[in-house]
Design a binder for this molecule. Structure first.
Ligand code: PRX
Length: 657
């Protein structure tokens, strides 16, 4: 495991001493503005979470709030509900004309407005089609789609009939898709011909066809025609969404599900092995996402237009584009494409046109906007924005302040929200009507979440100390297990500090005020543009290339640039390590995993630094990548190679333009 220099990082962060109190007018109107919520939640967490669960519509009420047999925990046992009913039916009945999504396609001028009534009909029709295709309660359905309204509809249709969905990000390769389909043994795949990204068509059906050559469990494919391009249709297997869904009956009764029934599985990278299927269940997850979404984003469903600019293929999209906002009957923007298409002001023009009041995005996007300059946001009226959020990686204070000033007009509070695929919902965060903000800190645990920072042995470090973040008490939206692998679940999250203490894998510092400063991963998981990729996965993809003998990968961290992938590759003998080969390797990694996993820099080397037992010393390679003094090299078998690698790095690695 690679340990980061916690103290150095925190010193840099703590130079930032500005604080931002909640603006009075914001606090006055905030959904949550009484700080006693923290106290009452910690006095009786079960009662607090039960009060949050009561905001949902249950077919049958639970008898037990929490059954905690560590490390397995269950919430709202005996309760019955349906996620689609909660997200759609109740709003379609009470506010049918309220907009659920303002959908905006990437090609300019393409837009659709989907009301709760529209969404209800679409979900019911699609649920009937899925049943016709053979999907039953308890089955798994894979979804590989662009950001079009049919994507949330597909997820909700699965939830409606009690099938778990497994959404695979559209940027992942055919191989990544088939691995995920096979792990969960999905029965049906819902996909599209393609989608638009930066003016190009992303050929999803083509990748899906390739993936489906190795997925024996898939019986049927339902394909949305989005781009209308000519694609291969397999007779007897492929069904066109646009032909069957509009004709289907719009009557469908939502299946009553047990609170602990699986709602979905979503794959995320671990330190070793293939990505793991994170399992979320119905009652706890929906409680967590709807509670946090309302309190943290201060949602006023009647008036707000909320935009979470993530992709639904990641957990942020699951929780804060689909389930949280819809459970709260909120109006959201759903945008298909890139922020710089057709120009670098696309987001700001969307915000102006739709009078977006709440924006939630990743620090990496903010840093990119900073680079592009203030002219782009300044061309637009962004005065509708009243609250901003960030997620996915630590935000450097400079980017935080820029966001608040140039996008939020100096008025809008910024909520820096820490959480993970595993937590399902935001766990450490400000409450914008209560919390005094410190740029760079995610501030405090959400009510009902018990977080701490501990040393190697699991002892609390106390205020002013640094170490590992842990969660000492389960909360409803936490993962239940890793799909099909309880042992890996225990091993990954509880081996370090015991069954009672969840270890998320992040370094953290507590300041004197008890604020949490997240410092990034302390394991071999990288955070690339807010997305998790393990060094192991990229290494496996590199050595999978026929001309690679060995490879090591590290995340190169830069507070201003975020994290990028640095690869050190030993080619097989006779193969030239030049720019052409580096380009070929990047394409190869793209093909195996997806574009996001392409190494940013590649250094070719005859050997890698190894211990006497043959273990690659990634810690030292990270020192090289981050241009630091080298750490302890005494255990190395081949110390001189490091000097060679350093010299090569100084001459310049092969970098992606
Ligand atoms: O390292 C933390 C970082 O992202 C990891 C979780 O990644 P993923 O499961 O892909 O979910 C991302 C979106 C929820 C965490 O272990 N992370 C997430 N949010 C923050 C963060 N690091 C610092 N500050 C944050 N606000």
């Amino acid at each position: 495991m690679v340990e980061r220099d916690v103290d150095k990082t925190i010193e840099a962060l703590l130079e930032e001493r500005r604080i931002f109190k909640p603006p009075e007018d914001f606090a006055d109107q905030a959904n949550v503005n009484d700080a006693s919520v923290y106290e009452s939640a910690s006095d009786d967490p079960d009662a607090w979470w039960a009060s949050q669960a009561e905001r949902l519509d249950w077919f049958e009420k639970w008898d037990t709030v929490l059954e905690w047999t560590a490390p397995h925990h269950k919430w709202f046992l005996g309760g019955k509900l349906n996620a689609a009913h909660n997200c759609v039916d109740r709003h379609a009945a009470s506010v049918p004309d309220r907009v659920a999504y303002h959908w905006i396609g990437e090609p300019e001028g393409e837009a659709r407005t989907i009301t709760y009534r529209d969404l209800f009909e679409e979900v019911c029709k699609l649920a009937n089609v899925l049943v016709d295709l053979g999907v039953r309660k308890g089955d798994r359905v894979a979804i590989y789609m662009p950001m079009i309204p049919e994507l949330p509809a597909a997820m909700l249709a699965c939830a409606r009939i009690g099938a778990a969905h497994s959404v695979v990000f559209g940027g992942f390769s055919a191989e990544s898709l088939s691995d995920r389909i096979n792990d969960a043994e999905c029965k049906v795949l819902i996909t599209a011909d393609g989608g638009y990204r930066r003016g190009q068509v992303v050929e999803l059906k083509k990748a899906a066809d390739e993936a489906l050559q190795k997925t024996p469990s898939i019986e049927k494919v339902l394909m949305v025609r989005r781009t209308m391009d000519d694609v291969n249709i397999v007779e007897g297997r492929d069904v066109i969404y646009n032909d069957v869904v509009p004709q289907a009956s719009a009557e469908h009764g939502a299946e009553p599900m047990d609170s602990e029934d699986m709602l979905y599985v979503l794959y995320t990278s671990g330190t070793t092995g293939k990505p793991k299927g994170i399992v979320h269940t119905t009652g706890g997850y929906l409680t967590g996402v709807s509670s946090t979404h309302r309190a943290i984003f201060d949602i006023k469903p009647e008036t707000d237009v909320y935009w979470c600019a993530a992709d639904i293929g990641w957990v942020t999209g699951h929780s804060y584009i689909v389930y949280g906002p819809l459970a709260n009957g909120c109006t959201s923007v759903l945008y298909e494409g890139a922020p710089d298409w057709p120009d670098k002001d696309r987001w700001w023009s969307i915000i102006e046109e739709h009078r977006v009041s709440i924006l939630y995005c990743a620090p990496t996007a903010i840093r990119t906007f900073m680079k592009w300059g203030t002219d782009y946001p300044e061309k637009h009226d962004l005065s509708s924005l009243r609250l901003l959020g960030t997620v996915g990686e630590p935000i450097n204070p400079e980017a935080w302040v820029w966001y608040q000033e140039f996008i939020g007009g100096g008025r809008a509070p910024v909520v820096d929200t820490w959480w993970q695929t595993e937590t399902g919902a935001i766990a450490i965060t400000p409450l914008p009507g209560i919390t005094t903000l410190k740029p760079g800190s995610a501030t405090k645990p959400y009510p009902g979440v018990v977080a701490d920072v501990v040393d190697e042995k699991g002892n609390s470090v106390g205020r002013g100390g640094g170490g590992y973040l842990v969660l000492r008490r389960p909360f409803p939206s936490m993962l239940r297990t890793i799909f099909g692998d309880d042992e890996r679940y225990r091993e990954t999250y509880f081996a370090r500090f015991g069954d009672e203490v969840y270890f998320p894998g992040d370094g953290c510092k507590l300041d004197e005020d008890g604020y949490f400063w997240l410092l990034g991963r302390v394991d071999d998981v990288m955070n690339i543009a807010g997305h998790r990729i393990s060094t192991y996965e990229v290494e496996s993809a590199l050595v999978d290339h026929k001309s690679v003998a060995e490879a090591a990968v590290v995340g190169r961290q830069d507070p201003r640039e975020g994290e990028t992938i640095a690869a050190f590759v030993t080619p097989k003998s006779g193969v030239e390590g030049d720019d052409g080969f580096a380009k070929e390797l990047r394409e190869h990694v793209s093909g195996v995993i997806g574009k996001i996993a392409r190494p940013h820099s590649i250094i070719f080397t005859d050997d890698l630094p190894k211990t006497r037992s043959g273990k690659i010393m990634r810690r030292l390679l990270r020192d090289v990548a981050e241009e630091r003094e080298l750490g302890d090299v005494t255990t190395l078998l081949n110390a001189p190679i490091l000097e060679e690698i350093k010299a090569k790095a100084a001459r310049g690695a092969s970098k992606e333009e």
